[in-house]
Design a protein around this ligand. Structure first.
Ligand code: SF4
Length: 268
């Protein structure tokens, strides 16, 4: 049988990023509509009420959604805590690492270091589609004119594509991170996907204590004044007295990347 010739990028049908919704963005989970899923959510919340972070991670990975659960990690300033919990339960868990093409070199090297130190065997780098970049950000400067659009192409769409096959995800989101996360619960339902937030109630002091107690490596930029680390063009040092996320999209009316409209990343 003849083997088909590979199709060049120029011959492939264009994959265009859909337009952003015109209505105000909602930085929260998508309201579930299936009553059976809502019943399951209530049952899970009741079953694991009061469970600590490791127990909740264990529940997702080995009891409730074994082999159907992924992690989304930025390998940012506190990502090591969730990755450490996951490594204790199952180091073969798929970890989706969003490489926007705009990350710090330090983050790439930190990913390699943590992968080796924690024994993680399935770290998957995902990124923007070349057709989306060619159509909407050919010179890589959209972040400076329209950061929502840039995040949509470089974060939201790649994660949507990568996560669609999973029934559940575990995130490292915490209540203290943003105003939008203050009502975060340990287990949520996002459309038809269950979301576990084992660190929802942790404080920055809890995170630091865990890192110190287990002698985990810190992101190298933390020592340089970066507290919440994302893409290089949109991350600044936090000024003395500034709040934790004030270095992200500094000076702009933006505190989330849009992932949380329908996806949930870790500090992304
Ligand atoms: S954080 Fe900045 S560079 Fe990264 S995807 Fe969003 S707008 Fe683009």
């Amino acid at each position: 049988m003849a083997i088909p010739e590979p199709v060049s990028m120029s011959e492939r049908p264009a994959v265009r990023a859909p337009a952003l919704p015109k209505s105000p963005r909602v930085f929260d989970v998508v309201a579930p509509s299936d009553p059976a899923l809502l019943d399951k959510l209530k049952a899970l919340q009741a079953r694991y009420v009061g469970a600590d972070a490791l127990a909740l991670t264990h529940a997702a990975l080995t009891v409730e959604f074994a082999r159907q659960t992924c992690i989304v990690s930025s390998f940012g300033s506190e990502s090591v805590v969730l990755l450490h919990l996951v490594a204790q339960v199952d180091p073969t868990t798929p970890i989706l690492f969003l490489n926007t093409g705009k990350l710090f070199g330090e983050t790439m090297r930190y990913r390699d270091r943590l992968q080796e130190r924690l024994g993680l065997t399935d770290v998957r780098a995902i990124g923007p589609h070349p057709a989306d970049l060619a159509a909407e950000d050919p010179d890589g400067t959209v972040w400076s004119r329209n950061p929502d659009r840039c995040c949509h192409i470089r974060k939201v769409l790649p994660l949507q594509r990568a996560i669609s096959g999973f029934s559940a995800e575990i995130t490292g989101r915490k209540r203290f991170q943003t105003k939008a996360r203050q009502g975060l619960t340990p287990i949520e339902l996002n459309g038809s996907r269950f979301v576990f937030n084992p660190l929802a109630q942790w404080t920055i002091e809890d995170l630091n204590a865990h890192i110190d107690a287990h002698e985990l490596p810190r992101h190298p930029l933390v020592a340089d004044g970066y507290l919440s680390i994302g893409c290089m063009p949109c991350t600044d040092r936090v000024r003395p007295g500034g709040d934790y996320r004030s270095g992200r999209w500094a000076g702009q009316d933006k505190e989330e990347c849009g992932i949380h409209e329908n996806l949930a990343g870790d500090g992304i």
